[in-house]
Design a protein around this ligand. Structure first.
Ligand code: GLN
Length: 278
C-alpha cells in the first residue's frame, strides 16, 4: 500500500521524464482531483495510504497527461474571472489573457450583449454574471461547444438570460446589441506549427485558427456587425499580439470610429475596440 506522498513523487518523476513542463504542479493537481480534495490539503495527507480505486483514477489521469492532454480537460474545469467553468476537448480552454476582454467590456454599459464564438461561454456568461440586469446571446458554429456553454450557464445560474445559438457568426442572430464581443480564432497558419502539443492535439482547431493570415474572422465579423449594433455601440475583440494594426484597419474600413488598440499589462496588444457610427 502506497502513501499519498510516495504516489505523488513517483508520478512527478514519470511526467518529468516524459518532458512534461510543470510536472510537479500537474501531478499535484491531478492527484488532488483523484482524491477529491483541494490541492492545499495534499501536504497534510502525505503519510496517508491511497486506496486501490484512488490509484486507478490517478493512473488514468497521468496516462492522459502523458498523451499531453491539458490538465483542465483532465479535471474538467478551469477558473476564469473567479468562477469555475466546465472544460472539454470541444471548447477552447479559457485563457487568463481573455480576462482582459471581460475587463474592457465591463467598462461599458450594456443591456444586451452578443458574444461571437462563445465556446465554453466564459466571456458571455461572466458578463451576465457580473451584470445581473443584462441579457445575452452567445453563438458558436460547434453544437458540442454549445452543449458545454449551456452547462456552464446553468452552473452559473444565468441560463434564463443567456440565449445560446448554433450559428455561423451572424447567420442566426437577430436584433441589435449594446455591445458585441468576440475572441475569434486568430492564430496564423505559420504559428499553428509552433503550438504546444497540449493545444495542437487537444484543443479544437476551429477555435484556434481560421487558417492563412489569421484575420478571416475579423473581416467577416466587421463587415456584418454594423447591422447588429445600436448607433455608437462598441465592438470589442481579442487579438493576437501582432494583429493590432491590421484589425484596427479592418474595423476602420468597415465604418467603425474611435478605433483603439489596447495593450495588456505586459504592454502587448491584446484587444481592439471601435464604435459603430455607420
Ligand atoms: N469565447 C471563448 C473564449 O474566449 C472561445 C473562443 C474561441 O473558441 N476562439 O475562450
Amino acid at each position: 500500500m502506497s502513501t499519498v506522498s510516495a504516489t505523488l513523487r513517483a508520478a512527478t518523476q514519470r511526467l518529468a521524464q516524459a518532458g512534461i513542463p510543470d510536472a510537479a504542479t500537474d501531478a499535484r493537481s491531478l492527484l488532488a482531483h483523484a482524491l477529491g480534495v483541494p490541492r492545499s490539503r495534499l501536504t497534510l495527507l502525505g503519510p496517508e495510504a491511497v486506496t486501490r480505486a484512488q490509484v486507478e483514477a490517478f493512473e488514468a489521469l497521468i496516462a492522459g497527461r502523458l498523451e499531453r492532454r491539458p490538465v483542465s480537460q483532465l479535471v474538467g474545469r478551469r477558473s476564469f474571472w473567479g468562477r469555475e467553468f466546465l472544460v472539454t476537448s470541444d471548447v477552447l480552454d479559457p485563457r487568463p489573457e481573455t480576462e482582459d476582454l471581460v475587463a474592457r467590456a465591463l467598462e461599458h454599459p450594456f443591456g444586451r450583449v452578443l458574444d461571437l464564438g462563445t465556446g465554453s461561454g466564459c466571456i458571455l456568461l461572466t458578463l451576465l454574471a457580473e451584470r445581473p440586469e443584462a441579457q445575452g446571446v452567445g453563438v458558436d458554429a460547434s453544437p458540442a461547444a454549445l452543449a458545454v456553454a449551456r452547462r456552464n450557464a446553468e452552473a452559473l445560474g444565468v441560463q434564463a438570460r443567456a440565449e445560446l445559438l448554433c450559428s455561423d457568426w451572424f447567420a442566426q442572430v437577430s436584433g441589435r446589441f449594446d455591445l458585441i464581443v468576440s475572441n475569434p480564432p486568430y492564430i496564423t497558419e505559420d504559428e499553428m506549427a509552433a503550438l504546444s502539443p497540449e493545444v495542437a492535439l487537444h484543443e479544437p482547431r476551429m477555435a484556434l485558427t481560421p487558417g492563412g493570415d489569421g484575420l478571416a474572422a475579423y473581416r467577416v465579423i466587421c463587415a456584418q456587425a454594423g447591422a447588429f449594433l445600436r448607433p455608437g455601440a462598441p465592438l470589442l475583440f481579442e487579438i493576437g499580439h501582432a494583429q493590432g494594426a491590421a484589425v484596427a484597419q479592418i474595423m476602420e474600413d468597415a465604418g467603425f470610429a474611435g478605433v483603439a488598440v489596447l495593450p495588456d499589462l505586459s504592454g502587448k496588444d491584446r484587444n481592439v475596440i471601435g464604435r459603430w457610427c455607420g
